[in-house]
Design a protein around this ligand. Structure first.
Ligand SMILES: Nc1ncnc2c1ncn2[C@@H]1O[C@H](COP(=O)(O)OP(=O)(O)OP(=O)(O)O)[C@@H](O)[C@H]1O
Ligand SMILES: Nc1nc2c(ncn2[C@@H]2O[C@H](COP(=O)(O)O)[C@@H](O)[C@H]2O)c(=O)[nH]1
Length: 211
């Protein structure tokens, strides 16, 4: 029900199409979106999710995530504050209506970095997003990247690798994604991502200049 209300409110706000990045943990979504936001300052805005997981070293509350307790998250979900929420690797994550509206109010391209459950739920809304799957070249490379990132305990790493195996299969479903980018050489993957988003980028740049 709240999803439909949100959709009505959202479709009333014309603007650039949001971009959903999804793919296994460690595939390189954050790396790619940070490059995009740095190169196109004033074009993209990140939808800051809520999470019950602990912040990693270097992550900032309100910038990378809104870090909340399980109780606070549950209360906000029950209040209908989220467009979607999902449990991933033992923690809850969610996209609030406020996070997306904050970006859209500035007429920026809203980027969401969400898991496959989130993709399925966002697809039920009127967000009219561009869905981009980011994949690692292989499970071995994915595991190496996750281990080298040094953010996960062995238990969390195994949970993420298990989720990744499911994720890889689900992402092959017909019509799930508009495009799939294999993030092997970072600059090549980044080039492909820019190519996919070029039309939206140019539109925002053009509109920005006439404001
Ligand atoms: N093309 C690449 N080649 C080598 N290493 C990469 C490449 N892309 C990203 N990495 C590295 O792999 C690790 C995982 O990348 P990143 O954190 O961006 O993944 P993610 O998909 O956002 O993961 P999560 O879903 O867990 O947030 C990071 O240490 C990053 O520096
Ligand atoms: N469904 C949602 N998934 C989300 C959201 N924010 C992040 N994520 C996904 O969670 C995993 C793990 O992220 P990490 O930062 O702990 O490594 C990753 O796949 C993200 O894409 C959200 O709001 N909703």
């Amino acid at each position: 029900m709240y999803m439909r209300n949100f959709s009505r409110l959202f479709s009333a706000m014309a603007g650039p199409r949001p971009v959903v990045l999804s793919g296994p943990s460690g595939a390189g979504k954050s790396t790619l979106l940070k490059k995009l936001m740095k190169e196109y300052d004033g074009v993209f805005g990140f939808s800051v999710s809520h999470t019950t997981r602990q912040p990693r070293p270097g992550e900032e509350n309100g910038k990378d995530y809104h870090y909340v307790t399980k109780d606070a998250m549950q209360m906000a979900v029950d209040n209908g504050e989220f467009i979607e929420s999902a449990v991933f690797s033992g923690n809850t994550y969610g996209t609030s209506k406020a996070a997306v509206q904050a970006v859209r109010a500035k007429n920026l391209i809203c980027i969401l970095d969400i898991d496959m459950q989130g993709v399925r739920n966002i697809k039920k809304t009127d967000l009219n997003a561009i869905y981009v799957s980011i994949q690692a070249p292989s499970m071995d490379i994915l595991e190496k990247r996750l281990r080298d990132r040094k953010t996960e305990s062995e238990e969390s790493l195994q949970k993420r690798l298990n989720a990744a195996r499911v994720d890889v299969e689900l992402s092959k479903e017909e019509g799930m994604f508009d495009v799939c980018i294999v993030n092997d050489v970072l600059e090549d993957a980044y080039g492909k991502l820019k190519e996919v988003l070029l039309e939206e980028i140019n539109q925002v740049k053009k509109t920005g200049m006439t404001l």
